[in-house]
Design a protein around this ligand. Sequence first.
Ligand SMILES: [Mg+2]
Length: 253
Amino acid sequence: MPDRWPRTILHADMDAFYAAVEQHDRPELRGRPILVGHPGPRSVVTTASYEARPFGVGSAMPMAEARRRCPQAIVVPPRFTRYEAVSRQVRAVFDAFSPVVEPLSLDEAFLDLTGSEGLLGPPGKIAGDLKAAVREATGLTVSVGAAPSKYVAKVASDVGKPDGLVVVAPSEVRAFLAPLPIRRLWGAGPKTAVRLEAMGLATLGEVASCEPGRLEAALGSLGPHLWRLARGEDERPVIAEREASSIGYERTL
Ligand SMILES: [Mg+2]
């Protein structure tokens, strides 16, 4: 019997967005390791293409270190005006699927699709149609997670990357989260992770099975919060934001 979804939330995240835009616009870069960022000695990598990632390079790494690890990578200066234009195309696709879109950055958003199954079909079909529409509009791939909460949808889009489509039905949430490592918990920084590991807790399933009072004793109010997240309990709503006011981006020097 299919699950009843109390809420249907999608998290959509463009794959290696800036690098993917460059590879789309410049076919000679396709299939090659590229680092979006300035070549200067003090700059950092804004985005690495998937071809560069096996060399251990990624966003926020100093450019000099990334070039040392992946000398064959092509360094491409960022073109933020172009990324914003593509972001607007992506946003228009999201808006066509839901009136409730909460962007997190230029290339990532939550969409609330609660109650739209009659119109658009089950969550997995909606997610697949969204991916196809983004590709049609931009030529780029997006990873999508569908779940009954924001937290689980975000984890689902991430574990499927790149070009992912991961649906976590309400009855599957606990089993989906259980094997994941502590670092997947929102709000658990390195210090918290060390404390949890000192308590013998390495996975979300172990946190979920822990006595919440024990977590509270060790971590204060963060403890029960993490306990609820590890069980997939996250009531935060998707908050619609107007495009103009919501999307900002940070230039990384
Ligand atoms: Mg992204």
